[in-house]
Write a protein that binds this ligand. Structure first.
Ligand SMILES: *Cc1c(COP(=O)(O)O)cnc(C)c1O
Length: 379
């Protein structure tokens, strides 16, 4: 079989592409033939279709997920010295743009089961300088948004969702209402990096909001601070999704729910096998969110995570550690992280987590190879 003859990989974009190749090739060629490389109908079409999919008033496409976060902070008019609360267990981009804008990232601990920011750790970190909080829907599952928003409203704090890993996840409120991840706070940010659940063939990102005034501000910031060409009201940035990427994303958006279902099915299959191994904790799924498994992340609780990772690597089974170093221990944040800050859950997760291949093209055949490799380590 073609799929199993390929070397095992964390993500199989090639097999995924082959299944939609004729549509993608035609869409890309159409953009080239039109020479409408920037803006134009593909970008507008994708924007409209993503708004409909997410049931959100405004989608503003941009160049990547890191830009999306930066533009969000700029549009909110945050000032140097303002504090922004972030989970310490996340990808660097979440906090990087905060520091870049001379805001102060305040790193807090996460939930040991879902790995996400909690309303409690958020509330405990609030000071008079706190202006925003960034829940990250880590590995594909929403943070406790209702709890976080309740705390944020009490203190007048902006909520910016880092939805780079969560696109397509459904969040269920306690009254039964359902909303898509990234559309719950004031602003949602996402990335279309190729390996994300909705990935393009290069870099891309987007910002979501239901607030029309904020959407206008975001568009101005992302477009050189201008609302009228050559009249610049403020210092902005240049951040665009190009038309080729938008054309690809329009096609892939139609498959997103199927891709996410395939990931969840693969996660179920792994869960059944790994729940038999006492030293391994399988991913915990919260009651209020679906899980779109951007990563399938396990914990090895016997202190031998690095040994297992080496064992799998030697057997050519792909395996990654997301993330080995918490934000508050990164050299880049030496200035902003409080000296001596201890975040026990985050630090323990950094020692225990490991992630196995998960993507839309996994089959039980491929998973069986990965599962037996893990099982053989414990034999
Ligand atoms: C990928 C990612 C980003 C950044 O996205 P880019 O498009 O690579 O800039 C931000 N936050 C999280 C949690 C991510 O996983």
């Amino acid at each position: 079989m073609m799929t199993t003859s390929r070397p095992l990989q964390m993500v199989d974009l090639k097999t995924q592409y082959e299944k939609i190749q004729s549509e993608i090739d035609e869409a890309v060629l159409n953009v080239i033939r039109s020479t409408m490389f920037i803006g134009g109908p593909e970008v507008k079409g994708f924007q409209d279709e993503l708004e409909a999919y997410l049931n959100v008033k405004h989608v503003i496409p941009c160049a990547n997920g890191t830009d999306a976060l930066q533009i969000a902070f700029m549009a909110l008019g945050l000032q140097p010295g303002d504090e922004v609360i972030v989970p310490a267990f996340t990808y660097v981009a979440t906090a990087e743009v905060i520091a870049l804008l001379k805001l102060t990232p305040i790193m807090v601990d996460v939930d040991p089961d879902t790995f996400n920011l909690t309303p409690e750790s958020f509330e405990a970190a609030i000071t008079p300088k706190t202006k925003a909080v960034v829940p990250v829907h880590l590995f594909g599952q929403c943070a406790d948004m209702e709890g976080i928003i309740k705390v944020a409203e009490k203190h007048g704090i902006y909520v910016i969702e880092d939805n780079a890993q969560g696109i397509g996840a459904d969040y269920t409120y306690s009254d039964g209402r359902v909303a898509k991840s990234g559309t719950i706070g004031h602003i949602g940010c996402t990335s279309f990096f190729p390996s994300k659940n909705l990935g393009c063939y290069g870099d891309g990102g987007a910002i979501f909001t239901n607030d029309t005034a904020l959407a206008d501000k975001i568009r101005i910031v992302a477009n050189h601070g201008q609302s009228r060409r050559y009249y610049h009201d403020e210092v902005g940035v240049n951040s665009r999704l190009d038309a080729i990427q938008a054309a690809i994303l329009r096609i892939k958006l139609r498959h997103l729910d199927n891709y996410n279902t395939a990931r969840t099915t693969a996660a179920d299959y792994y869960d059944a096998a790994f729940s038999q191994i006492p030293a391994i904790s399988t991913p915990v799924r919260s009651a209020f969110s679906s899980h779109v498994f951007h990563q399938y992340t396990l914990r090895l609780t016997n202190g031998k995570r690095d040994e297992l990772v080496q064992y799998l690597t030697d057997k050519q089974v792909p395996c990654m550690i997301y993330y080995p170093v918490p934000l508050h221990h990164q050299n880049a944040f030496k200035e902003s992280a409080k000296p001596g800050l201890v975040l026990p859950v985050t630090e323990q997760l950094c020692r225990e987590v490991f992630s196995l291949p998960i993507h839309s093209e996994l089959t039980p055949d491929i998973q069986d190879i990965i599962i037996s490799a893990v099982q053989s380590y414990f034999e």
